[in-house]
Design a protein around this ligand. Structure first.
Ligand code: ACO
Length: 390
């Protein structure tokens, strides 16, 4: 008995002395990666060595996926082949469409997406095959199927027939077509493509970390992507874009912005779509999304939404010195493209899957189980009391 007590006292002393907790793992280096680099000080983002400013408007989302997965931008022949492989894999098994139809009508689209991706693993012929070849096949299939899940869910919920992908369209515009039922024009095509490209990867963010943790147990790709979607859903991460739209809907006029934002800050509330763990200056993605938002909002007779957003940016910057992140202007971009706010984060997932997969493949290629430790702050040396005496 006394030996047990001594050991527990020693452990208690050791535990209190030696461990330092880094809350939120801030600045902890937990992986090596060649996928993307976030330069928080200079406000720059690089995909496999390319500055996103150089890629924006000059590469399609498919070219970006190719870059993240294979390390190189494709030539024309490789791009045509990759694009047609993606579009040809966009169909879902009929049982999965049935599952989408059975989802409770009030369930959040991110909850449906998370569950359907998990279910898709049960139908994938390669699910338990963790070779590189099988993982590359699954990568294409899963990336192709996610936009279809989102589009089908929306079609089912709005009592419209689900649509098949149009083989003549690129990957991102195909999503818009299947979602809305109308062909996107040139400006919409460029907007959705750029929006998806800008969301493709972003260092070791929370959902990517979740994907890598799951992959590090040598669990399957569908499992890792399910973890990532579950993590992206939260309002402090990808779920912020929906909350941005909800905030915009509560403000009727540009003149109301200052009082509204100051009221929120006085109440110590967070302004959704602002702030970032890594960027200490402007998020480079926000610059492009702001431009698309301005143009699409005015075109769609929603100029007031852009004006309100821009005013919010000025007020928050002045009051808190923080900048919009990727979620802020992506809200009005998606709204102007005709996507309801509940689906905003699913579109983020449809883009970020390319980065998640690149990281999962990297993790499998040089795996070590991700298993940090914790500092125990509970009690020590308690005396056991049998159930009849409690
Ligand atoms: N609104 C108001 N104040 C903020 C915000 C915000 N959006 N973001 C940070 N701050 C303030 C905090 O109150 C804190 O101020 P204080 O020092 O006076 O208390 C300071 O900035 C630092 O905040 P932390 O919470 O320590 O920063 P952290 O790195 O943990 O948070 C996060 C980053 C979670 C993104 C935060 O900025 C936030 O909550 N933003 C709103 C949600 C959001 O937009 N999430 C999307 C992020 S991008 C993405 O995941 C795709």
């Amino acid at each position: 008995m006394s030996t047990v007590k001594n050991t527990s006292e020693k452990t208690e002393k050791m535990e209190k002395k030696e461990k330092t907790v880094v809350r939120g793992l801030e600045d902890i280096v937990a992986a090596e990666t060649g996928v993307s680099y976030v330069d928080g000080v200079n406000g720059a983002l690089y995909y496999a060595g390319y500055n996103v400013h150089d890629l924006a408007g000059r590469t399609s989302y498919e070219e970006t996926i190719h870059l993240l997965w294979y390390g190189e931008l494709p030539n024309r022949i490789e791009l045509a082949d990759f694009r047609s492989r993606l579009v040809s894999e966009m169909r879902l098994p009929s049982q999965v469409i049935r599952m989408i139809e059975l989802a409770p009508p009030n369930s959040h689209p991110m909850a449906v997406l998370r569950s359907i991706v998990s279910a898709l693993g049960m139908f994938d012929p390669d699910v338990e095959n963790n070779t590189l070849e099988a993982n590359q096949r699954k990568a294409v299939r899963l990336t192709a199927q996610i936009p279809t899940i989102i589009a089908d869910l929306h079609r089912v919920r709005t009592h419209q027939p689900v649509l098949s992908p149009d083989p003549h369209l690129g990957f991102a515009p195909n999503f818009l077509y299947m979602f809305r039922g109308s062909l996107p024009d040139q400006e919409e095509t460029e907007a959705i493509d750029l929006c998806m490209m800008l969301h493709a990867d972003h260092g070791l963010n929370a959902s990517t970390f979740a994907a890598r943790v799951t992959a590090s147990t040598k669990s399957d790709m569908h499992a890792a992507i399910t973890s990532a979607i579950a993590t992206l859903k939260g309002p402090l991460h990808g779920g912020a874009n929906q909350r941005v739209m909800e905030m915009l809907n509560r403000i009727d006029d540009v003149d109301e912005v200052k009082a509204y934002i100051e009221g929120m800050l006085d109440e110590k509330k967070r302004i959704m779509g602002f702030g970032h763990r890594v960027y200490k200056t402007e998020d480079p993605r926000a610059k492009h999304l702001r431009n698309i938002s301005e143009s699409l909002c005015h075109r769609a007779n929603q100029g007031h939404l852009y004006e309100i957003s821009h005013r919010i940016e000025q007020v928050v910057r002045k009051a808190k010195g923080i900048y919009p992140n990727v979620d802020f202007y992506s809200a009005t971009v998606q709204h102007a493209l005709g996507i309801p706010k509940e689906y905003f984060t699913t579109v983020f997932a449809a883009s970020r899957i390319s980065g998640w997969i690149a990281h999962i493949l990297e993790q499998y290629a040089d795996n070590r189980l991700i298993r940090p430790t914790s500092k125990y702050t509970g009690q020590y040396g308690r005396t056991f009391v049998p159930i009849e005496k409690r």
